[in-house]
Structure formats: structure tokens, C-alpha cells
Write a protein that binds this ligand. Structure first.
Ligand code: HEC
Ligand code: HEC
Length: 224
């Protein structure tokens, strides 16, 4: 009985790396459009090598079952992606597969990065009004990002990713870190680098976390 036990042990030692190299993301060829690892390869879809730092798992699972437009202007190499009948449909999956893919994505993180936890307690009415003013006027974030006004109406530019569902889609800790050190995630950001103190970064994050698709007023948004 000595030898089989030895082989089982060796098997256990060898198995994990073999499994790790054939995850569902590789099986589904997500890497043909998305950056999933450390390589600087140019991809046509948004980077996902830090998906586990950035997204909420529940949102990922929903997106993979029912992909929605986040970049209304498309991505540089695939304009109009996911838009209209001529658009390029994103791969979508049944619940079980979406769940496995989402789990794998949540495992992709920037190595060695620990994000400071942020409290996302609700902003007071006065603070929310102030930060909304900064979002729209002082920093003009809205010129590139879609957001929701008080009536739940979609407004804003489309050159950046939509933020109308940021509160369901993004992790608060990540948003603060993105505003503070975007170079951790991309060396070629098209978003201006702002000088703002960490209190302002946290307030912007708290404001963005209040933006949720379910607060969208579909009538005010013009139908459907
Ligand atoms: C043909 C290219 C292509 C393939 C293949 C592809 N994607 Fe995408 N994916 C895109 C593009 C382009 C977007 C951006 C859509 C938008 O922003 O409106 C996107 C968006 C996403 C997003 C949202 C990212 C964000 O920043 O909002 C996730 C998550 C995602 N894809 C996961 C996957 C997974 C998992 C697979 C493999 C099963 C996959 N994709 C396969 C092109 C692709
Ligand atoms: C000139 C256009 C522009 C302005 C102004 C701008 N952004 Fe961005 N922002 C972008 C682009 C483009 C991205 C996508 C990442 C990239 O390409 O660097 C982005 C990404 C983001 C993200 C991450 C969203 C995601 O899904 O990846 C957040 C959060 C964000 N911006 C918040 C803000 C805030 C808050 C302000 C104002 C203080 C602001 N942005 C001003 C263009 C802009």
C-alpha cells in the first residue's frame, strides 16, 4: 500500500497548476478580446486582468447572462460594440456557466495590491448636492460619463464608460484607488489626471455608489 499512497501524493501536488491553466476563461477564449493577465498585449475589449479588484461579482454574473452596453461609443477597435442589430453581440451564457466565469474573473487581481476599505455610508442631502455640482461643473466628469440626474434621467457624454449603474457594477474601494492611482491599472488612460484630495475622492466614490440602474426613470429617459 506504500506505493499507491506515494503516487496519490504526487498527483495532488501536480494537479492544481494543471487545473489552473485550463480555467473557463481560457476555454471560452475570452483572452482573444480581453487582457486577462500580465502581458501587455493589445486587446479589442476592456482590460479584465484586475476584474476581481474592480467589479461586483453579482453584476459580473448578470452581465455574462445578459450583456449590456457600457461604452455607448464602443471601444476604439470595435466602435458600436453591442449596439443595434448590426452591432457585435457579446458572448452570453446560461446561469451556471456565467457563475463559473464570474468566479474566475473575481480571481483576477493586481498582484500585491491591497485596497483600503472605504465606507460607503449614504451621503447627506447637502453633501450629495455639493459633490454632484463638482461632478457636473467643477471637474466636468459628466462631459465624458453618463450619469443620472435627480429625476433619474440619463445625461452626460459617451466618450467614457457609462456610470449610470456604477453602484451595482463597481467596488467602492476600487473607484477610490482608480481616482488616486489610475496608472496601477493602465498606462494609457484617456481620463484626465485630477488633483484632488482623498476626502474628495471618497465623496465622488460615495456619489457614484448611489447611481443604480433601478433608479433610472425610464419614462424620463425617453421610453422602453
Ligand atoms: C469579440 C470580442 C470579445 C470576446 C470574445 C469577449 N468579449 Fe467581453 N467585451 C468585449 C467588448 C468590446 C466589451 C465592452 C462592451 C461595452 O463596454 O459596451 C466587453 C465587455 C466585457 C465585460 C464588461 C467589462 C467592463 O469593463 O465593463 C466583461 C465582464 C466581459 N466582457 C467578459 C467577457 C468574458 C468572461 C468573455 C469570455 C467568455 C468575453 N468577455 C469575451 C469584447 C469581447
Ligand atoms: C475627458 C473625458 C473624461 C473625464 C472628464 C472624466 N473621465 Fe472618467 N474615464 C474616462 C475614460 C475614457 C475612462 C475609461 C478608462 C480609460 O480609458 O482610461 C474613464 C474611467 C472612469 C472610471 C472607471 C469606470 C470603468 O468602468 O472603468 C470612473 C469611476 C471614472 N472614470 C470617474 C470619473 C470622475 C469621478 C470624473 C471627474 C472627477 C471623471 N471620471 C472625468 C474619461 C473621462
Amino acid at each position: 500500500m506504500k506505493i499507491p499512497a506515494f503516487f496519490i501524493l504526487i498527483g495532488l501536488v501536480l494537479l492544481p497548476p494543471v487545473l489552473a491553466s485550463a480555467g473557463p476563461l481560457q476555454d471560452k477564449d475570452c483572452g482573444s478580446c480581453h487582457r486577462l493577465g500580465d502581458s501587455e498585449k493589445k486587446n479589442s475589449g476592456p482590460d479584465l486582468h484586475y476584474a476581481g479588484n474592480k467589479f461586483q461579482a453579482k453584476w459580473l454574473k448578470q452581465f455574462l447572462q445578459n450583456p449590456e452596453v457600457i461604452r455607448p461609443a464602443g471601444v476604439s477597435t470595435a466602435p458600436g460594440f453591442l449596439q443595434g442589430s448590426s452591432g457585435n453581440p457579446h458572448p452570453s451564457f446560461a446561469e451556471k456557466e456565467a457563475s463559473a466565469l464570474s468566479d474566475s474573473l473575481m480571481g483576477l487581481k493586481v498582484s500585491g495590491l491591497t485596497l483600503e476599505p472605504v465606507t460607503t455610508e449614504p451621503l447627506s442631502k447637502g453633501k450629495r448636492a455639493k459633490i454632484k455640482y463638482q461632478f457636473e461643473r467643477t471637474f466636468s466628469c459628466i462631459s465624458c460619463h453618463q450619469s443620472l440626474n435627480l429625476a433619474g434621467k440619463v445625461r452626460g457624454g459617451i466618450s467614457g464608460p457609462s456610470l449610470i449603474n456604477a453602484g451595482n457594477r463597481l467596488q467602492a474601494d476600487w473607484v477610490v484607488n482608480w481616482l488616486n492611482t489610475p496608472e496601477v491599472y493602465t498606462s494609457k488612460s484617456r481620463m484626465p489626471r485630477y488633483k484632488m484630495d482623498s476626502a474628495t475622492q471618497i465623496q465622488f466614490t460615495q456619489f457614484l455608489m448611489t447611481l443604480k440602474k433601478e433608479n433610472m426613470n425610464r419614462r424620463a429617459a425617453g421610453g422602453k
